[in-house]
Design a protein around this ligand. Structure first.
Ligand SMILES: C[S@@+](CC[C@H](N)C(=O)[O-])C[C@H]1O[C@@H](n2cnc3c(N)ncnc32)[C@H](O)[C@@H]1O
Length: 380
């Protein structure tokens, strides 16, 4: 019996700063027993809740099913314990797999080397039993395994998500500095948007991540709607009938998007074409208007929820002083957006003061290594 089968416990990984929303999301998914842990939550779930969490979570990056856990001070122990797992429960000898490791505060301190030890144990076991071994594929493996060692305690898990859940499947085209999907989803939730009456507009939509996440949120589209594969289908106790039932029921809850509820624009024709290609992958995407225009020419955006992440000036336009740009954005909000609320994500906090508007709140949020802030402005 594997560890997750004996205690029904899983580990959900979430980005720094999203823990409060993550706790609420687990409760929304029907999961009540949870314990905060390093970079995530340990939680109890039955099969249905596990499948639902993987299909519907907008914020978690991956959900791991622990297989074994043991004290681990050296590579020999790691190899021996990994060798004891019956790997053919999860992979076929003709299949492929990848092992990812995170290690901290332990005698074994090289995560690459440690993941190779587990890989060797898997390959050697298959070779000895069958003479054939599965391939290692670190991009698109059939099964993802995770090795976690912290304070000399090792846990080997199967990634029930099958690769990071931020890969929704709609991002076919991209632009420079796209926002991570889980962060965009968190921003939409933080705005407390009604998703029904107040129009939402992104005036610098780039590849349309905020628009796609807004559409998925307001129409109840499961975050995994476009994903074809999940790691939990590789668990030995996978219940396909239950999974199909959960998927079908979730799809039936998708609702039509009200006309003119979501729209956006960008100055770049490439960004507009990417955003249209991406949002059109989603049900209702064709109803979302996306125009090519600089924000300065949009006209009035009154009584609207405005969300956007302007160019950072760090990765894009390196070295360029973006101060005048942010001042213009502040003037636009002040003069054209009465009755609206704006949530602006600043990758570079230096520019917050250039906007020249009183911030109602500033929430720390990381995006791909940037220690940014989500700033709320209310225009009366
Ligand atoms: C950081 S990117 C936005 C990324 C987007 N959230 C995504 O996930 O792909 C900033 C965007 O602002 C756009 N932009 C820059 N100046 C603009 C302007 N004056 N008016 C409208 N869009 C502008 C850029 O073309 C770029 O697509």
């Amino acid at each position: 019996m594997y560890l997750y089968q004996s205690n029904n416990e899983y580990y959900g990984q979430i980005s720094d700063g999203l823990e409060d929303l993550g706790r609420k999301e687990l409760a929304w998914l029907g999961i009540s027993q949870m314990t905060p842990e390093h970079r995530g939550f340990r939680f109890k779930a039955d099969h249905a809740s596990l499948y639902r969490a993987n299909y519907k979570s907008r914020l978690f990056t991956r959900i791991l099913a622990p297989l074994v856990s043991f004290p681990c001070h050296d590579e020999k122990k790691l190899y021996d314990m990994a060798r004891n797992i019956n790997w053919s429960d999860f992979i076929q000898e003709t299949g492929s797999f990848a092992v990812f490791a995170n290690i901290s505060d332990s005698k074994i301190n090289n995560s690459h080397f440690a993941s190779l030890k587990v890989k060797d144990a898997i390959v050697d076991q298959f070779r000895d039993k069958t003479g054939v071994r599965p391939n290692v594929d670190t991009k698109f493996p059939d099964v993802w395994f995770n090795l976690h060692i912290r304070e000399n305690k090792a846990v080997i898990s199967l990634d029930t998500s099958g690769g990071s859940l931020h890969r929704r499947g709609y991002r076919r085209k991209t632009v420079d500095a796209p926002m991570q999907e889980t962060l965009a989803a968190a921003i939409i939730q933080m705005t407390e948007w009604d998703g029904d009456e107040t129009p939402l507009y992104d005036p610098m939509c780039g590849s349309g991540t905020l628009l796609c996440e807004a559409l998925m949120y307001c129409c109840n589209i499961p975050a995994g709607y476009l994903r074809n594969d999940f790691g939990f289908t590789r668990l030995p106790d996978f219940d396909n009938a239950l999974w199909q039932d959960i998927r079908n029921k979730s799809r039936k809850q998708i609702r039509k998007i009200p006309e003119q509820l979501i729209s956006g624009s960008d100055i770049s024709p490439q960004a507009v074409s990417a955003a249209l290609a991406n949002i059109n992958k989603l049900p209702g995407g064709k109803v979302v208007d996306i125009m090519k225009t600089p924000f300065e020419n949009i006209g009035n955006l009154q009584n609207t929820l405005i969300v956007c992440n302007p160019p950072y000036g760090i990765r894009l336009d390196k070295g360029k002083d973006m101060g005048p740009f942010y001042k213009k954005l502040g003037d636009f909000l002040k003069c054209n957006c009465q009755g609206s609320t704006a949530y602006i994500y600043f990758g570079d906090r230096e520019y917050i003061k250039k906007v020249g508007l009183k911030a109602e709140s500033k929430i720390p949020m990381k995006n791909g290594g940037l220690d940014g802030r989500l700033v709320k402005y209310v225009m009366y």
